[in-house]
Design a protein around this ligand. Sequence first.
Ligand SMILES: Cc1cc2nc3c(=O)[nH]c(=O)nc-3n(C[C@H](O)[C@H](O)[C@H](O)COP(=O)(O)O)c2cc1C
Length: 206
Amino acid sequence: MNVLLINGSPNPRGCTYTALSIVAEELNAQGIETKIVQVGQKNLRGCIGCRRCKQTGKCVFDDEVNQMTPLFEAADGLVIGSPVYFGSPNGGMMAFLDRLFYSTLFDKRMKVGASVVSARRGGNSASFDVLNKYFMISEMPVVSSRYWNMVHGYTPEDVMKDEEGVATMRVLGRNMAFLIKSIQFGKNEMGLPDVVPPVHTHFIRS
Ligand SMILES: Cc1cc2nc3c(=O)[nH]c(=O)nc-3n(C[C@H](O)[C@H](O)[C@H](O)COP(=O)(O)O)c2cc1C
């Protein structure tokens, strides 16, 4: 069992990384393998809505998104981490996630998901809500902790002083491990829920 943790920050060893590392440490302690990858320093462009991916299962822009696809497909859980920029997840991370979730056609049901956000002072909860939406449209159970998964800091040292934030990350890691194991158990016993055929309506009446 393994979890992929994606760091959307351009700082390879910054606050978001620090928070993700604590989650990874707890997952490892519970016997779950982890891989932290950093995409935030890359030149990530946004989705152009060409929908080629609906035929190919990959993005027309052959970059980190397509490189991450097999890792995401093989993972039992995904953690997405972002610093807060002007009250939202950072732009590169949003560009990356839009294309990752739109272009990948594999079954994501019952892979668990969690978001982690880091701000110096404000905007964490709004950013957290934005990130969780990727899971909730993908039939991915969202893992909770004892507080919303946020830390506060301008430097990794600040984050480590945010004792409640650090504890929130630890609880998140433990809960995620438990849920992954429980879902694996459930899948072995019952299989996945039956697929309901997709219905795509828009709001134009004929
Ligand atoms: C362009 C930019 C915008 C930012 N906007 C906010 C903000 O709206 N609220 C806030 O509290 N911190 C803001 N910050 C600070 C970072 O969110 C904060 O220091 C974060 O913990 C950095 O995480 P990192 O070290 O993983 O990059 C901003 C930083 C940058 C570079």
